[in-house]
Design a binder for this molecule. Structure first.
Ligand SMILES: Cc1cc2nc3c(=O)[nH]c(=O)nc-3n(C[C@H](O)[C@H](O)[C@H](O)COP(=O)(O)OP(=O)(O)OC[C@H]3O[C@@H](n4cnc5c(N)ncnc54)[C@H](O)[C@@H]3O)c2cc1C
Length: 521
């Protein structure tokens, strides 16, 4: 029998060096003497960051991520200094295209909750009171999040009935059901809030209301990007983690999470080495972690409901991304691109129909049906002129297989779709765009699947359906003692927070007293 190589036992092993893993490992290092209670972060790629990164193509530096809310209290807690710059101008502009006449109308949404509210009430006086009620109620519900507990005790549940009544009442409502209560009838206003809902990459009639409402409220408070690129997040967190004595192994793949009876024991790497620990936090795709790394049969022995839940969990959609480097002749500011997001959409039930096709593994984008996000990072944080075109939902379908078995066909397919989306951006947002393009980098669902290790290339972890959110979500604390999976979050903010939350659980509420959020500064 081959001898198993082992390392010294760790106090904590973190699987996956994306933002969730980095935040988890750093929070541990902040709260322990790591000489006595060592923490090891294991990442399969040559660098940390996972989905959060910046990359160079010729003279251009592109970011994967584009926009984040104010993270100052979390960064302060982590002791990480990252310079953020706020988007100026509008928070969002919606280019509503009539697919039959090709006419386009622009809806401009300013930043700042109060400014946004005032603008909508003035522009749509027939619905002014309904709009006010909707925004005030949603804001109050968003603020209740700060009173939620992660694993409430019985008395805390009773307290939450009083302190978080709006969340309790609406916990299982979809955005559409919730929105209908406010009886807003103006088609443009309905369109605007649907676009907000669709930022969760799920149609408004399927996404749980609180997720897009939180994203909307936090981003209306301020939308930012790091001045030196999103790579600053992994870079700075890793630096601080290492400076506190945390251990990091790159280019190292975890194959198994070892379990003995109902207690986690450590991990086995792909080269067979075993590393032991009584605490393991996995931050990789939860289905992969629970099914392939632990084994559902093992989990089922201790908690059948949890195992069934793992099987039922739906992951979020994947995406296609075009990073486009432009020449210096283009006047992006003149086109109003100095703002957060631009959405070009055929509106109405567009997202529902795209999503229906996505669920069947099909692509339904056509000249009559599209929904495209466009951001111009260079106007906010400098660098050579560039735009990012984001497309969801996009299913993995045959992307990964083509990439592996027929690279030529894969390239043709991605170039065909890139052309399609560039055509729409040129037609409705940036005239003569093609004339100015110097570099295009195209990412597909296969790109995301490869980097994250999430087989479907899901960009936002588990999808926030009402039956998989709040009390019904796949819990961070797994049925295996010492094994946690702090996933189910949307974006950088949620991932940073999840890393702190999971340490709070391990440390019996020492950090956040069991609260779901850091206190608002
Ligand atoms: C194109 C794109 C744009 C986005 N834009 C935004 C945005 O504008 N704003 C925002 O807030 N969020 C955005 N997001 C979402 C955000 O990036 C993610 O929610 C977040 O980065 C997820 O972090 P994570 O650590 O949970 O997972 P990941 O980033 O997936 O990290 C998981 C890590 O685990 C590693 N790993 C996997 N398997 C193993 C294994 N077996 N052994 C060891 N390591 C392993 C992977 O290599 C990876 O580094 C975007 C995502 C994408 C893809």
């Amino acid at each position: 029998m081959n001898e198993i190589k082992t390392s010294k036992k760790k106090a904590l092993i973190v699987v996956g060096g994306g933002i969730t893993g980095l935040s988890t490992a750093l929070t541990w290092a902040i709260n322990h003497d790591v000489k006595k209670e060592p923490v090891l972060l294991i990442e399969k790629e040559p660098k940390t960051g996972g989905y959060v990164t910046s990359y160079e193509r010729e003279d251009y530096v592109f970011d994967t991520c584009q926009i984040i809310p104010n993270l100052s209290e979390i960064l302060e807690y982590l002791g990480v200094d990252i310079e953020l710059k706020s988007f100026k101008g509008y928070y969002m502009r919606i280019f509503l295209v009539n697919p039959d006449t090709e006419e386009v109308r622009v809806l401009e949404l300013p930043s700042g909750v109060e400014t946004f509210k005032k603008m909508l009430m003035e522009k749509y006086p027939n619905n002014a009171q309904e709009i006010r009620k909707f925004l005030d109620y949603s804001r109050a519900m968003y603020l209740e999040l700060f009173k939620l507990k992660m694993e409430p005790k019985f008395t805390e549940i009773l307290k939450m009935l009083v302190s978080c009544p709006k969340i309790v009442k609406n916990a299982s409502k979809t955005f559409k059901k919730y929105f209908e209560k406010f009886k807003i009838t103006e088609p443009d206003v309905i369109e605007i809030f649907n676009v907000f809902a669709e930022f969760s990459a799920i149609p408004s009639e399927q996404v749980v209301a609180i997720v897009p409402l939180s994203a909307m409220n936090s981003l209306l408070d301020g939308a930012f990007r790091p001045t030196k690129g999103f790579i600053e997040f992994p870079k700075k967190i890793e630096e601080r983690y290492l400076s506190l004595g945390g251990e990091l192994r790159l280019k190292t793949k975890v194959e198994k999470i070892l379990v003995e009876k109902d207690q986690v024991k450590g991990v086995r790497l792909s080269d067979g080495e075993e590393i032991y620990s009584d605490y393991v936090v996995t931050t990789v795709d939860p289905k992969v972690a629970m099914k392939d790394m632990v084994g559902l049969d093992i989990i089922r022995q201790y908690n059948k409901k949890y195992a069934d839940k793992v099987e039922k969990v739906k992951m979020s959609t994947s995406s296609m991304n075009l990073s486009i480097g432009l020449d210096d002749e283009i006047d992006l500011a003149g086109l109003g691109l100095d703002c957060g997001y631009n959405v070009i959409t055929t509106g109405g039930d567009t997202y529902d129909r795209l999503f229906e096709a996505y669920e069947k593994g099909q692509i339904a984008f056509s000249d009559k049906l599209f929904h495209i996000g466009v951001v111009c990072p260079s106007l906010t944080t400098g660098g050579r002129p560039n735009i990012i075109v984001r497309i969801t939902p996009m299913a993995l379908a045959d992307w990964a297989e083509l990439r592996e078995k027929n690279y030529k066909k894969y390239t043709e397919k991605k170039e065909k779709w890139a052309e399609f989306f560039i055509d729409k951006v040129e037609k409705y947002l940036i005239p003569d765009l093609r004339k100015h393009i110097l570099v295009i980098d195209i990412s597909t669902p296969a790109t995301y699947a490869r980097y994250s290790g999430s087989p479907s290339g899901a960009v936002y972890d588990m999808a926030p359906y009402p039956n998989n959110f709040g009390r019904t979500r796949l819990k961070m604390r797994t049925p295996i003692k010492g094994l946690f999976q702090p996933k189910f979050v949307h974006g950088v903010f949620g991932c940073l927070l999840a890393g702190i939350q999971v340490n709070d659980m391990i440390l019996d509420r020492k950090i956040m007293n069991g609260n779901a959020r850091m206190p608002k500064s």
